[in-house]
Design a protein. Structure first.
Length: 201
């Protein structure tokens, strides 16, 4: 799986280069993302989804500012923050509510959700010998959440479209840039609350 998602990362780079011709947000704000692994800068309300089909394997990767999913981006400060994170984690771990792939016979095999940027308690920040500076950084941090999904598709050639319900589940996402590659075809589209379907043909 590691090797497959490494390929996904390289594919994402190619797609990012192609989308720059359309003057996307990553180009406009490249000074903020020069050293970032994300394809575009950290902008609240915006998120990215990469979908790659290779043979019978379908991979999906979501990258989003934590604010879009949680309503905050600081480390865990109290039990309420912890509950919000666990609630969002449970939603991300139920991809049947997030994605619907038409006619491909795709079955989920693996999934993961990375909240590592947020798994630091407020007490731990204060306990640091540089707690004043770290506390300031914690309050103004820009943390992201990444979720990955790997499917096996019995009929990959029949997979022609998908409905993405992420924006309905997480309404703070107002714009979702989707980059996809299916064998020798690739494309980029932007989904919104009014438009949540992708055609891969």
């Amino acid at each position: 799986m590691r090797q497959f998602f490494q390929k996904l990362a390289s594919v994402s780079l190619v797609l990012a280069m192609s989308t720059s011709a359309f003057g996307n947000e990553a180009t406009k704000h490249s000074e903020h993302s020069e050293h970032s692994e994300s394809l575009s800068p950290h902008i609240h309300g915006k998120a990215e989804l990469q979908i790659v089909l290779e043979d019978n394997q379908l991979s999906v990767e979501l990258n989003s500012p934590a604010m879009n999913l949680l309503g905050f981006e600081h480390g865990i400060r109290n039990a309420k923050d912890q509950l919000v994170i666990e609630t969002v984690r449970a939603r991300l771990e139920n991809p049947n509510d997030l994605f619907f792939f038409n006619y491909g016979g795709c079955v989920l095999e693996q999934q993961s959700a990375d909240f590592s940027d947020l798994l630091i308690t407020h007490k731990n920040v204060q306990a640091n010998h540089e707690h004043h500076e770290n506390h300031k950084q914690d309050n103004n941090s820009h943390n992201d959440i990444k979720a990955t999904y790997l499917y096996h598709c019995d009929k990959p050639n029949s997979l022609h479209s998908a409905v993405i319900r992420l924006l309905a589940i997480f309404p703070n996402i107002t714009s979702l840039q989707v980059q996809w590659i299916f064998h020798n075809r690739q494309g980029v589209t932007t989904l919104s609350h009014e438009h949540n379907e992708i055609n891969f043909r």
